[in-house]
Design a protein. Sequence first.
Length: 601
Amino acid sequence: MPPSTATTSWTLKCTDLPQFDALEAEADLFRTDDKLHLRNLCNNSARCAGLTVVYTTPGHRKIVYDYSRQRVTGETIALLFHLADAVGLAERREAMRTGQRINLTEDRPVLHHVLRMPADFHFVRHDPMAGKEGGAQATDGATTLRNVHEVRERVRDFAERVRSGAYKSVKHKHFRNTIVIGTGGFKIGPQFVADALQADPAAMHGSAGRRLLFLSNMDPVDFSTVVGDLDPAETLVVVVSKTFTAPETILNARTAKTWLVQNMAVGGITENEIVGKHMIGITSNPTLCQKFGIRRENIYMLWDWVNPRFSVCSAAGLLPLSIHFSSEVLSEVLNGAHDMDKHFFHAPLGDNIPVIMGLLGVWNSTFLGYHCRAVLPYSHAMRSFPNFVQHVDMESNGKRVALDGSSLLHRSAEITLGEPGTNVQNVLMQLMHQGRPFPADFIGFMEAQQHIHLENEALSNHDELMSNFFAQPDALAYGKTLVDLIQEGIPEPLREHMVFNGNRPSSSILMTRLDAFAVGQLIAMYEHRTAVQGFIWGINSWDQFGVELGKVLATHIRSQLSASRKTGASVQGFNSSTSSLLEHFLAHGKHPEPTSTEKTL
């Protein structure tokens, strides 16, 4: 059953509310009233000032969230908050914070925020997270936090032993390389953090002489590219699988095990010794992990409430990233995420950045009808961030039914696109300006991770980059009219080709610097944005049944391929299209000569 609260029903549908109807009427105004073009709205200084949140964080850092280039007025924002009140957004947020089992289909709490709480966090007595007296559906917060920190301490100890050389390979070498084998969030989150901190001075110092690589695809090209020129005797393999049954992960783990053993099983060194030293498991199924050959002391716990796409702050992200950058750097990631958690859970809704982001997402997609959105970080270090947001948001909110199983009367989630600036200007801007419009988040930083200012150049490289960060939102909002082009003397045959309608909405996020703390803030900010949209739509953002169907069908095809390869069994049990494709596939090189790479494994 849904969690019960005094003031909200978890089966309440936003489409049944008068506040929903009021927003639909508001959206109609924006479609028909030319006065509501962003060209006009952005010239209202009082309006723009009211649509900016400045959040000051520890160390005199700032996050400036400017949503004045969104297609909203103060009245629109008020209507969105009326809808949030009507669906019980604050109560739903509190149910998440206090450990109620809001993941209804899997009967689990949603506790990724606990992964970054400090060990001395105090649960007050009336808080359900303080203990089981909060109700049968509440989580024992103190016990959960204690378990989290036990794993964090084990991770810290192991990472430091690897980094110092106290933990050596079977060849008595230092581990210089770490391969992470995992799919989905077990790869995408840590990959983003690794890329984002690659050029951060503190993180660079911690990772000097080390390599961190990710293996997620079954495609043998991925494996061969990852292992490349690595020395197996200096390579640690971290296998991340919640159940330790994920086909992609386990196949890659077996391939990596074979690679390690075939390259090091000499001089009396056994397979058990190699796997025992070189392979680490992160899982909720230690029995299968041990059966695979990984030693019990090298297994780190994932709890059933750790959702892979929200797992970067669990051992799945902490262990490999701590080995690579140091535990001190990763502690700052956790601190930044916890800082944004506090802001999300406790700041008034009107000053709450993730809440406003989520409400604007609902406004743009549900009411204005935009099917896509762009995440555009003006930092090359953030190149993996659009993929991270894409995964968190689309896997969470791409749903067809409400919490009670009834069909939604609107589409949920948006298609997320993104590229780092200024690359984005050659990838998306033509479409955004003159083709299909969609909203964008521009993310920029006041300080550069690396400073370059060439002699005789008017600006530093970072200032040149940021010039585009500031210019593009205005270009999207204002556009260029036919009158502008006539006044500029553009030849008549070219004028229509150079008209930009403008009125393309965007938000700007300006942060002080991109470091480990900021990376944590950004992770939590976009996680909570996704949660807000799910709460408003009345969907379960925490399950992902859509991920599984294709995998189930693939097992049937796998059995067919195995039978056909080994015994020549004919293709049976599939539709004509699939049967035909399989027959073509199997007919090609029935007994191919193995390649040199295949022979080595």
